[in-house]
Design a protein around this ligand. Structure first.
Ligand SMILES: *Cc1c(COP(=O)(O)O)cnc(C)c1O
Length: 409
């Protein structure tokens, strides 16, 4: 049986056996950055991806970018010109979103555990606040009253269904996210009795899904639930955020998500939604699908050693910058990200090698016994699919190495 392979990383071109980022050879880019390790994000690929998604979705739908996937300010600024809204999950991300120039009415603040200070900042900024619990509703009411502004609120619903075959389940059963669907009618009555500007619902089921049938099923159930809940709302629904869950292929054997059936289903729902929720803008929110494939992590080979017959390439980068590629961000069985020797892309002189980082733990592994071009000290190891949940999702201070630089090319 043929071993499952990684989906080819054809979004980046190769010229004279060297990977190109934004038309710049990787070796030149490394000189320009001035140090390794670094993350590089390709702005053309970001634009192209948003354009591709827009081309298949119903034209009246909004695309929101989830800033937690990659909060690099220059990247967020670039995304501000491409998408219809930002979703933030902390005061830090809220600042990043506002700094980009995105209008407050298109910024949504969701997430469990918003502090009083964060709620106050969100009220003052006049962004949409996604309510996650009854006590949060009470705290917000008190805080908004003290400030003297009417808060704009969205109810995040924890539905009674889940997104099947999802990399990360965020709904169904008991969850820290959102208000259980069955108590939403009562929750809406409480909102109606307060001075609050109700905007709509967020129903987000899960993340990193590559099965279009599962997404279609969850979206249809989401629309049914939203229409049902809208009957209890204090006023018409203006925003219906249906999450996204759109995944990207990371591991051998995974194939890109086929958006065709997802788009068809959304298109079919539009007339029903337009009559049941005539004032509602439907938004998909996505992080990794928009930015994940546009980014690479680059580390330099510092040492090449052979231990009992196994080749190790020791690099200056590792899990402290890229926890996900090491397999320690939610993977149950460790699998390799797509990795290559970026300055030797000819494919002519392959060997089996493991790529490890400089941390003193066997967990610091970027590639485990992978087929790679034969690399020497000074060569540049590239980890693809690294534009989302990279640097800021990693334990950057672990072992006190230097920080990785991030560049938008
Ligand atoms: C994390 C998160 C997202 C983004 O998930 P991706 O897999 O990056 O698309 C969207 N919405 C909510 C509520 C989230 O918590």
């Amino acid at each position: 049986m043929k071993k499952p392979a990684h989906t080819a990383q054809t979004q980046f071109q190769v010229k004279d056996a060297c990977l190109q980022v934004g038309g710049i050879p990787l070796t030149r880019l490394a000189q320009r950055v001035g140090s390794t390790p670094f993350y590089a994000y390709d702005r053309t690929l970001l634009s192209r991806r948003v354009g591709q998604l827009r081309a298949v979705l119903p034209q009246q739908m909004w695309i929101h970018y989830s800033i937690k996937a990659n909060p690099m300010p220059a990247l967020v600024q670039h995304m501000a010109g491409l998408v219809d809204g930002f979703d933030v999950a902390s005061a830090g991300e809220l600042k990043c979103a506002l700094d980009s120039g995105m209008h407050a009415q298109h910024i949504s603040f969701a997430g469990p555990g918003k502090t009083d200070a964060e709620l106050a900042q969100a009220v003052a900024a006049e962004v949409l606040i996604h309510l996650e619990s009854e006590t949060e509703l009470e705290r917000l009411d008190r805080i908004a009253m003290a400030i003297g502004l009417t808060p704009k609120v969205v109810v995040r619903v924890n539905p009674d269904f889940e997104l099947k075959s999802s990399g990360m389940k965020m709904s169904g059963g008991a969850k820290q996210f959102g208000v259980d669907a069955e108590i939403v009618p009562q929750f809406l009555r409480r909102i109606a009795a307060m001075t609050m500007d109700f905007h709509g619902f967020q129903i987000f089921c899960g993340s990193q899904n590559l099965q279009s049938a599962a997404i279609v099923e969850a979206e249809s159930k989401t629309f049914q639930l939203a229409i049902e809940l809208a009957q209890h709302a204090p006023r018409s629904v203006r925003l219906l955020n249906i999450g996204g869950g759109f995944g990207i292929p990371y591991f051998p054997g995974e194939l890109p998500l086929d958006l065709g059936p997802v788009a068809d289903n959304l298109q079919q729902w539009m007339p029903t939604l337009e009559s049941a929720l005539p004032d509602a803008h439907v938004a998909v929110e996505s992080g990794r699908y928009l930015v994940g494939e546009a980014g690479i992590y680059v580390a330099k080979v510092i040492d090449r050693k052979v231990s009992r017959g196994q080749i190790f390439l020791v690099t200056d980068g590792g899990m402290h910058h890229h926890l996900a590629a090491s397999g320690n961000l939610g993977q149950v069985i460790r699998k390799n990200y797509p990795v290559a020797v970026g300055n030797k892309m000819s494919g002519g002189n392959l060997e089996i090698a493991s790529v490890v980082g400089p941390l003193c733990t066997p967990l610091d592994l970027l590639a485990d016994k992978m087929e790679l071009e034969k690399a020497e000290v000074g060569d540049l190891i590239v980890v693809f699919q690294s534009g989302a949940y990279g640097l800021t999702a990693s334990p950057m201070d672990f072992l006190s190495h230097t920080q990785a630089v991030e560049v938008l090319v």
